[in-house]
Design a protein around this ligand. Sequence first.
Ligand SMILES: NC(=O)c1ccc[n+]([C@@H]2O[C@H](COP(=O)([O-])OP(=O)(O)OC[C@H]3O[C@@H](n4cnc5c(N)ncnc54)[C@H](O)[C@@H]3O)[C@@H](O)[C@H]2O)c1
Length: 311
Amino acid sequence: MAVDNLITGRRKNLVSFRSHARFRFHQIDIVDQAFVSAFQQTPIDVIFHLACPTGVPNIQRLGEEMLLTSSVGTKHVIDLARQHRAAIIFTSSCEVYGQPELSPQHELYTGNVDPIGPRSAYEEGKRFAESLMVALGKKYGLDTKIVRIFNAYGPHMSPDDQRVIPRFLRNVSSGSELTIYGDGTQERTFLYVDDLIRGLLLVLQHGQPFEVYNLGSDRPTTINELAALVLKLTGRTNGIVHLPHFIEDHYRRLPSLEKIQALGWQPLVQLEHGLQKMIRAWRITTPANGFRSPVYVNPEAATIKSVPLLD
Ligand SMILES: NC(=O)c1ccc[n+]([C@@H]2O[C@H](COP(=O)([O-])OP(=O)(O)OC[C@H]3O[C@@H](n4cnc5c(N)ncnc54)[C@H](O)[C@@H]3O)[C@@H](O)[C@H]2O)c1
């Protein structure tokens, strides 16, 4: 069973589940009290709580929804888990570390977050949700675990997702310049979705209640390097344009992975391979006779029409 209000998600991503007789999708907002009552009679063993509007460029527009989903919505997820004695895996974010003064960021690092800064709706929302997970988990004897994800990506990301990899792929598809905010020396790590899912399942099976686990790639990559890699893998020669950052940026994010590695997890998909999978799924052709694919095509293209790029 999946629940989503589709604020940043897409119904199309569920196409491949149609053949599963027992799969059910419910379009509902977890902030809505009806979410808790709707599933009283549904047996639930585990809740993967991934709901939250995402993307740093969305913070200004969807800050209220981020805060309410992380607070009221997370409280409702816990209420539902209490009814069923279900375990919860909560997907938090490396953004809880704010502008890190330490690298790599260990789970014990308490972070450097401005509670009223431009990124606070997402950062403080996730911090509050973590606090709820631990405080209420202990109070009500629930099995709650927290995973802090560091930049993950994959083929089913929305074509209008504002995060850097989908944005660069849109740029190459449309033949426009790749937009880099700032000088591009800011470092990130990029985790392919398959590695992410393995990590979440491993934490569910072997993680300790009330503990936090970083989950990300161990390969630091600057945004300049990422842009160069996207151009290389797509065989494109688009220019690169640097613009002033639209929001205070974080210089470096690098997860300390000792804790999740101790559970037996390692990232398996190299950035090149993950990007290639995404490029293939998005049907971005390498140029032949000057041809450029102007459209984004969803991987489930057999049943779905091409969608024009949005920028
Ligand atoms: N992908 C990353 O790099 C990354 C990094 C750190 C944390 N995370 C966290 O992992 C989770 C999944 O992220 P994603 O990258 O798949 O993003 P996503 O936007 O694809 O998925 C989040 C989903 O939550 C849904 N949602 C938002 N508010 C909701 C609400 N009130 N009720 C019901 N559904 C709601 C959205 O419609 C969307 O489908 C999010 O909580 C995100 O904060 C992701």
